[in-house]
Design a binder for this molecule. Sequence first.
Ligand code: XLS
Ligand code: NI
Ligand code: NI
Length: 441
Amino acid sequence: MALIGDKEYFKGIGEIKYEGKESDNPMAFKFYNSDQVVAGKTMNEHFKFAMAYWHTLCGTGGDPFGPGTKNFPWITANDPIKAAKDKADAAFEFITKMGFDYYCFHDFDLVDEAATLAESEKRVQKTVEYLKQKQEASGVKLLWGTANCFSNPRYMNGAASNPNFDVVAHAGAQVKIALDATIALGGENYVFWGGREGYMSLLNTNMKLEQDNIGRFLNMAKDYARSQGFNGTFFIEPKPMEPSKHQYDFDAATSINSIREYGLENDFKLNIEVNHATLAQHTFQHELQVAANAGMLGSVDANRGDYQNGWDTDQFPNNVLETAEAMLVLLKSGGLQGGGINFDAKTRRNSTDLEDIFLAHIGGADTFARALLVADAVIQKSPYEDLLGKRYASFDSGKGADFVKGNLSLTDLSDYAHSKNEPEQISGKQELFENIINQYI
Ligand code: XLS
Ligand code: NI
Ligand code: NI
């Protein structure tokens, strides 16, 4: 393992290996076996697991009631470039020890924002030079980059949707820097999460102008990136609320509508986050299905929420049932288009050991791997597909097939119905479907 930095941050932790489900070694994968082939692809190819720079290296556990609790040894240097390099060393040590191939970042996760745009740009460029070397030495790749246009107080009224053009332009400058960084690092995708693109009160909001401005902004970003040779995919990450009361990219269906309205359907897909789905009162699998139906299932931000409270708790995935249903959608729709599984998740505030970060990612990867095996078994071995097919068999032949082909009029439906008796009652068999999933877990 070639590492450029000379320090080892995660001492005593080696490469995490697959040991199988009988292993009682907490620092080993029980289900995630990267080279194992499932449904024609290795687990590695299905998932493209990524580490999220922000939670894993920057989030020290602060919450509205108290400061951070975690003493990250890579956060010590005063010089911003030295600090950025230390963080990059920790990042690449972690990613390679996990056996992952990818990472994701916001511009100012990489290096602290400076007092001026010009200085910030220089800092990002210097850090990118260093990251390039780290990527070359390790083989680790960039799944996606993004710009943090929501933390700085200047974005309190939004970024691309800000009522003040000067702030919109500033966001544009920041996105340009983040796009340049993503392109320089060979990033495979670029994400837009509209953190504060929405409103707190409709009374002071010109919704139409704000949304049209977002559309113009996204088109500019896309045109610029394409002119610089970027041929990856852009993702919109839906989220219904938090931090704003109402965010314009509420859920998958809403975001797909915006993508089409702005004319971005050839360049944009969706990045679906589990906890954002539940905040929108949907299931994760519902959001995946909506995206897949539109040909826009691009990437996943993996985490989970808490059913007892209603905010973005960003816990690591461990719900095998939920994830198995999601993997069923994934397998049946042909997988993620361009993206991967990014662990947009954080260890709890009181999980303060460095090894907890490993344990969390091991659990997350194992949850997805186990769920993939379950979904594959359900498709291959169980009567699931047959049952589902039978439920819709009336559209396979006769008038039902004519209807699907678009060959019937309302009068045809009426004539057909008149020729028949009251339709037969047919059970939906939900409990049977549920039992089948359980049987294969
Ligand atoms: C926050 C979002 C954020 C995006 C990237 O809720 O999930 O982390 O993934 O800006
Ligand atoms: Ni996210
Ligand atoms: Ni989130």
